[in-house]
Design a protein. Structure first.
Length: 149
């Protein structure tokens, strides 16, 4: 059998065996919708709440600061718009690059139409930004710098 080298991990990746094992009970026994009032739904809700508590403890956050989304695009949208709208009274300047995830590009283009100023950092052939350019673009109006790692 040929060994596969999978290089598209940005979009999806193999699930760790430990994750699969941890999820089996929720796929076979506790599969209720977490917004439902019945027992299976409440068990699913409790599992999500416990997961948020575990993650929060791991990263020194509060459980209510943990947000689960269905995908990276949704997470990006929530984060970028949330920061932009929450801080628009302080400033409307966002700095990013043109090599970000397509969802970031779409969101920043939409924000530009709403009056936000978007500056794009140049990147070199290896994808690195120029720190001097970043420093020069930062202003008191800058509310977000979004650069993928």
């Amino acid at each position: 059998m040929k060994k596969i080298v999978y290089l598209d991990n940005e979009r999806t990746t193999i699930v760790a065996k430990e994750v699969i094992e941890a999820m089996i009970p929720y796929m076979n026994e506790y599969y209720g919708h977490p917004a439902s009032l019945h027992t299976l739904g409440q068990q699913a809700y409790d599992a999500i709440e416990q997961s948020a508590e575990t993650i929060a403890e791991t990263i020194n956050a509060k459980p209510d600061e943990i947000v689960f989304t269905s995908c990276g695009t949704e997470a990006n949208d929530l984060a970028i718009r949330g920061i932009a709208y929450a801080n628009r009274n302080r400033g409307k300047h966002i700095i990013t690059t043109r090599i970000e995830h397509p969802s970031i590009m779409r969101i920043t283009e939409e924000l530009a139409k709403q009056g936000f100023k978007i500056d794009y950092l140049e990147v070199d052939r290896e994808g690195f930004i120029n720190m001097e350019q970043l420093e020069n673009l930062l202003t008191d109006e800058t509310i977000l710098v979004s650069i993928m790692h």
